[in-house]
Write a protein that binds this ligand. Sequence first.
Ligand code: K7E
Ligand code: CUA
Length: 764
Amino acid sequence: MKMFKTKTTSLLIGLTLGLGAASSAYSQESLEDVMKARGLTQKDLLAAAKTYTPTGGRDEYLAFSSGGQSGHVIVYGIPSMRILKYIGVFTPEPWQGYGFDDESKAVLAQGRINGKDIVYGDTHHPAFSEKEGDYDGRYLFINDKANPRLAVIDLHDFETKQIVVNPFFKSDHGGAFVTPNTEYVMEASQYAAPYSDEFVPLEEFNSKYRGGVTYWKFDDKKGRLNPDESFTFELPPYSQDLSDAGKNASYGWGFTNSFCSERYVGGIERGRPPFEAGCSQKDTDFLHVTNWKKAAELVAAGKVKKVNDAYLITMDQAVKEGLLYLIPEPKSPHGVDVSPKGDHIIVSGKLDSHAWVYSWAKIQDAIKNQKFEAKDPYGIPIISLKDALHKQVQVGLGPLHTQYDAKECVVYTSIYVDSMVTKWDYCEGKVLDQLNIHYNIGHLLTMEGDSVSPDGKYLVSLNKLSIDRFNPVGPLHPQNHQLIDISGEKMQLLYDMPLPLGEPHYVVAIKADKLKPAVRYKSGWDSRTDKKHPYKTRAGREKVVREGNRVHVYGTVIRSHITPEIIEVEEGDEVSIHLTNLERAQDEVHGFAMYGQNVQLSIEPGKTASTTFVADKAGVYPYYCTEFCSALHLEMQGYLLVKPKGYKAKATDMQEGQQYTKADYDKQVKTNVETQAVIDSVVAFITSHNYKDFKTVVDLVTDATDQLGFAEEAKKKAEDFAAKGDYQNATLWAGQWWQYQVKTADLGLRAKTFLEENGAKKIK
Ligand code: K7E
Ligand code: CUA
């Protein structure tokens, strides 16, 4: 589109673009020649054909990857493996203005811990919102392991809307996992810690340190988590790990495993064996089974007390009400994954070579018959392994995570130590296929693999680091996501994609057509609160309002100027600049950067974005648009003048760099008249077609009509000055008149091309 815009504008200016003959090294050769030159096999070609997406092509699935330590979410397409977006979540992201405009600073501020700004996150597990267990494409949730927080991303604009801080935990790993109708989002703690912020000696670990799992209530109407209706299960200090929500048969329940039920506390410097030794002594750890449905009823009935201003279901209460059970699971388990029907739960132990398949029917029976083998030191009933286990299957050394296939009973488990993916049947308990992947696989994902109806088709192996795989770029290697075709009996490796932005732990993928992202905001929109912005400004209503030393600038941006272009304040003023993008055309995003004030906004069509700072030092501060939005983009600029206190202006007139005469004015007017003829012909074409049937065209025409209105105003000013013989101002306004015409024509030509390419009909 940008190419096209440049082209039409250039045509108008009278330049011709030299389209050099496209030449590529292989263009004259046959497929065989290329294969030989690049050393490709038939198998490579087949793999390439399955992932290659020609220009303009779209992907069937969109993957949302944790950005690991970057605190972002990475969006890429499958099968092309092309990266489409980084979403700023826990970490500022300047391009999107995230963490720079006032609106998103408020979102990041929700994630403060003990009053401290935490501006990164260690993101692990993204999860889609669900309806009846299927992804509905509306929201994405992701956790921050380092600082126990959850974030809500709205998939209507791919922006982070909310961050909540866990009221009890000091770390979290078992989040985000969503219940089948997004009633709750699960977040389990990892490293046990006291629930208060006070100092508690490690000697009191068993009695005062706690784990837990929080069920965050999701308010579907508001699209936000509601801390007031959320609740937490107090759990023993067992280092809870991953979670998953029950579905179908196991609806209403949640599962959370743990890896250090020894409750061992290391201390190398005290002469104690390290954590790793003490935490892997026992042959089994515990799977925690929690009943959130019944817990929610207790909360609603006012039977749960608040601690730290949040509902806490103590272990005593949970045991008494029958909400909490433990089941032994393999040594140092990692993943816990509930099957699509909810009738089986697969857990793998990092230090075991088996995956353990639990039967939900058996577990339910044990609970119903109150058949327990013992109680743990906190009085929680333990269901014996034989009363819960369906099968143990040897899948390889260091199994971690499991994903479900579209075919019943078929799953894929990541095998960390053996660097492998094992495809196996959990009903029969037999291995079906194994594929060596590049290196140290962590999670893996299948298409819609967490839902009640997985699609199978592709699998992505998320490998840790990527030694020897790509061109070396220094000691810190990118990660390697490997695309695997799982549509047949045998898995087939297709493609490697380096991901150089933190260590993504988990990725979820959704059918692309389930997403309905907007292309613009409603006019004057605060994208973070999803409400009309209090400083929304319309064209012609720009103003500066001062109250004492508080200055509010109500500004607008439209191709290709920022209004106001000159902002004058006094040293010490607290300045807020609110900018509304007046455009509707999809690609008319404008940026706003200013010297020395840490200001960088992204103002997409319709959005209002604000920046607030103290102008504490007198001086000259240029500002400009940071997106190449039009041919006159570089001219989209202005000055903030911070005047010293009590400053009196000396010079009265602006110094003009160039003087204009009547001849200059006449020449400009002649150009404008010719340009108007072009506009008229485009308008005639559009209005003679059924353009109103095309939303895109209607938007372009609306923008074009705005620009033409501005052109009329500028034309009038030019003519008034000419009538007074002021050819300086007359010429300048005639020039602005032409600028508006060019923008009108540009938009009009884009509308015309759209109509031609989309089969618009001529109306008589
Ligand atoms: Cu296995 Cu955090 Cu799910 Cu890393 S986690 S791999
Ligand atoms: Cu607006 Cu560049």
